[in-house]
Design a binder for this molecule. Structure first.
Ligand SMILES: Cc1ncc(COP(=O)(O)O)c(C=O)c1O
Length: 396
């Protein structure tokens, strides 16, 4: 018999499973080309050619037992050093290999950070709408996720609500910019205001409050908008980075944590991240892909492909009456649903072979998420279906 906790989690993941099964069912009836699946954030843009070349070069040049072997739980020293130097040069924060821990994607990174920080009942704050997995990651270590609202109309964090949400049990804040599901990038002012509140509250309670910046979409940015560098603004900060989206490698499970060198108890934190990596069963990040990302620093997918998709879908949705913020990054749109009940809206959308995720899954009912990391042609073909869906909702 599975545990009560897992039974609950399996039941709760039925929305995602149902969506997947629905996609398969609709494809069998109408043909895959007539089903518009906007539900999954799986990158459709090809990884850069440099990645393929690096894989081939590494496999032909290096000794197999070394490439595929175990190493220190924090990852290869030389790769960590390459990443540290790259960040130092690009972002102007002085890092060394000691500040970097290689991880199994951002998900692996967040879990080892939370494992390292949380005592049972400790609180972790995030802003709605939020990536639903945060609730599970915090629950993994018996913490409590506290959801604080963002500002209406901009989805920038509400700083007053943050201040009110912090108490002596608050251990960490998770932010995500560029954001899944809104596509919003937090401004420099927002980040500085968050840091000010955290500093004030640390003093007030005599505690350390950690800022965890979940940044798998850092490179998926449009119109040259700058993503502020958290490590420059707040000393108790971590960046959880991933190559899942920037290099289109989500199945390879590769990313890193960058730890601020000024962090309280820095040495203990690093030691703890290493042990957490081991005992959660990750052991170390995939060895071949550590080498690959070390050799391809600065390589990026063609973000213009996502930008064209964004413009096509966004302009059409606005023209037929949807209300939506124009995303500055990531590859999601988060419009208001045309009827109040977002789950019912998702059901109606299925009549037109459109699959989308209700905002409730991100803690924001009344909205829905559309992942536009699919083919441009598919989006073009879907526009008529969205027009029909809008008409249908107006006549309800
Ligand atoms: C906001 C956010 N955080 C973390 C992750 C996990 O990414 P990874 O594949 O790097 O584990 C995702 C994946 O979609 C995400 O959207």
């Amino acid at each position: 018999m599975i545990s009560k906790k897992m039974k609950r989690l399996v039941e709760n993941s039925s929305i995602i499973r149902a969506m997947f099964e629905e996609g398969t069912r609709l494809s069998e009836i109408y043909g895959e080309e007539n089903v518009f699946d906007f539900s999954i954030g799986n990158p459709n843009v090809k990884p850069p050619e440099d990645v393929k070349k690096a894989i081939i070069d590494i496999l032909s040049e290096e000794e197999p037992n070394l490439i595929h072997g175990y190493m220190n739980n924090s990852g290869y020293e030389d790769v960590r050093e390459q990443i540290a130097n790259y960040i130092t040069k690009k972002d102007g924060v002085k890092l060394t290999a000691n500040n970097i821990v290689m991880t199994c994607g951002a998900a692996g990174g967040l879990n080892i950070i939370l494992k390292s920080l949380l005592n049972p009942e400790d609180e972790v704050i995030t802003f709605s709408p939020f990536f639903g997995e945060y609730a599970n990651y915090v629950d993994n270590f018996y913490g409590k996720l506290v959801v604080v609202k963002s500002q209406d109309g901009t989805f920038q964090p509400d700083i007053n609500a943050l201040e009110e949400g912090i108490n002596e049990r608050t251990k960490a804040i998770i932010i995500n910019s560029p954001n899944n599901p809104t596509g919003v990038i937090y401004s420099e002012t927002t980040i500085k205001n968050i840091a000010k509140v955290l500093e004030k509250k640390q003093k007030e309670y005599g505690t350390s409050i950690f800022l965890i910046s979940d940044e798998p979409y850092r490179e998926i940015v449009y119109d040259d908008i700058e993503v502020p560098v958290i490590l420059k603004v707040y000393k108790n900060s971590f960046i959880g980075y991933s190559y899942s989206k920037s290099l289109s490698l989500p199945g390879e499970r590769i990313g890193y944590i960058a730890v601020n060198g000024e962090m309280d108890n820095f040495e203990d934190v690093i030691a703890s991240l290493n042990v957490a990596n081991r005992i959660l069963g990750f052991v170390n990040a995939p060895s071949l892909f550590q080498r690959v990302v070390g050799r391809t620093l600065g390589a990026e997918v063609d973000v213009n492909i996502y930008k064209k998709n964004r413009d096509l879908l966004y302009n059409h949705l606005i023209s037929i009456g949807f209300e939506c913020i124009k995303p500055e990054g990531a590859f999601y749109l988060f419009p208001k649903t045309l009827i109040e009940d977002d789950k019912k809206f998702a059901q109606i959308a299925k009549k037109y072979n459109i699959l989308l995720v209700p905002g409730t899954a991100f803690g924001s009912p009344g909205y829905c998420r559309l992942s536009y990391c699919i083919g441009y042609d598919k989006i073009e073909k879907s526009l008529e279906a969205f027009t029909k869906l809008a008409k249908d909702c107006r006549n309800l």
